[in-house]
Design a protein around this ligand. Structure first.
Ligand SMILES: C[S@@+](CC[C@H](N)C(=O)[O-])C[C@H]1O[C@@H](n2cnc3c(N)ncnc32)[C@H](O)[C@@H]1O
Ligand code: SF4
Ligand code: SF4
Length: 321
């Protein structure tokens, strides 16, 4: 019998929790009451038992959420972008081809039982000309339950693009609402996008109640491995991330490796382009989800240092160089 290891345990709890939101999200907010809270608690317990059985006894890998970065190009240069997109420029941009995207997705799915949410992300994903083909490709995969596109709302796609996206049955577009930042009001087409996507009956998620925190720069913090492990365990980052064929525990880890020679240990990601077959894929994923991955945390602020900041504050011309 397999032991329920650290990262699998974290995933198991996240999965159980996310499935609870899934059902509960459909119920109108006004009906939420203490009674609902109790029911939700029971639902969570049931979900948890199912997840535990799947992981512990059947050795199935269920991923709650993973981002898949298709481009580092972005229409914004946010000073505090937690995903480090502000560090990419014309010399080091990453932009995946559709062919490579398909290969990476196939390699990932070989050993996976289920992915609750597959998030197509950037930078700004609507800057990629093949976004429709990519969304359709993952939408057709039975192991993927929900497909998301995360956008900053600066690009209005043409009607043909939106019409084609509307054929994706599992797609939800998440629009980050940065109008809270007064300097960006004119650059964001929040309402127009809302109308356009609604016209084609595409599910929308308006992300407008968020808070931004300063995760800091990419310098080494000089912590011990144990200190980074403590931070790792406390960190509430819900998303795994794939960048250039490598599955990482969080977007920061993924994008750091894309930026250069940071000390991210090879055990702290899965190289999807080096997978031989289904057995190999499953073994590597189980190994990955069986341990913690604190090496990227060396380049991240501690929980106490993560002060709240203005969402999407832009780098000035001098800071951008
Ligand atoms: C990295 S962005 C990529 C997608 C798209 N460019 C956008 O801004 O929505 C993904 C999500 O991370 C969030 N995010 C970025 N930096 C953050 C920070 N410092 N604190 C909290 N959320 C952050 C954004 O608001 C967005 O919802
Ligand atoms: S948070 Fe800002 S810089 Fe980062 S990807 Fe989104 S829009 Fe681009
Ligand atoms: S690098 Fe570590 S601390 Fe920072 S977001 Fe990723 S898991 Fe959390």
């Amino acid at each position: 019998m397999k032991k329920l290891n650290e990262q699998l345990k974290i995933n198991t709890y996240k999965n159980a929790d996310i499935k609870t939101w899934g059902v509960w999200g459909k119920i109108d907010y006004k009906f939420k009451s203490n009674f609902d809270k109790i029911l939700k608690k029971y639902q969570y317990k049931i979900n948890l038992s199912i997840e535990k059985i799947q992981h512990k006894y059947l050795g199935l890998v269920n991923i709650p959420y993973t981002n898949f970065l298709i481009t580092t190009k972005c229409t914004f240069r946010c000073k505090h972008c937690s995903d480090l997109i502000q560090y990419f420029n014309s010399k080091n941009h990453f932009h995946i081809t559709y062919e490579q995207f398909k290969k990476d997705v196939d390699a990932l799915l070989l050993g996976v039982n289920n992915i609750k949410g597959f998030c197509i992300i950037g930078g700004e994903p609507f800057l990629h000309k093949d976004i429709v083909k990519m969304a359709q490709y993952v939408d057709n995969k039975s192991k993927i339950q929900r497909v998301y596109i995360f956008t900053n709302g600066t690009i209005i796609p043409d009607e043909q693009t939106v019409k084609s996206l509307s054929q994706c049955k599992k797609l939800c577009i998440s629009i980050s609402d940065y109008r809270i930042n007064p300097k960006l009001k004119d650059r964001i087409h929040y309402d127009e996008l809302g109308e356009l996507f609604k016209k084609y009956k595409i599910k929308l998620f308006f992300k407008n109640d968020f808070k931004w925190f300063d995760m800091g720069n990419i310098e080494s913090r000089g912590r011990t491995r144990e200190e980074n492990l403590e931070l790792y365990k406390k960190c509430n980052c819900y998303y795994n991330a794939i960048f250039n064929g490598k599955l990482h525990v969080c977007p920061r880890s993924a994008n750091l490796l894309g930026l250069g020679d940071f000390n991210i240990e090879p055990d702290d990601y899965v190289d999807l382009r080096n997978i031989q077959d289904k057995k190999d894929s499953k073994e590597k994923l189980i190994n990955f989800y069986s341990s913690c991955h604190p090496s990227p945390c060396e380049y991240c602020n501690s929980i106490e240092q993560r002060v709240e900041v203005m969402p999407a504050e832009q780098l000035t011309a001098e800071e951008s160089v």
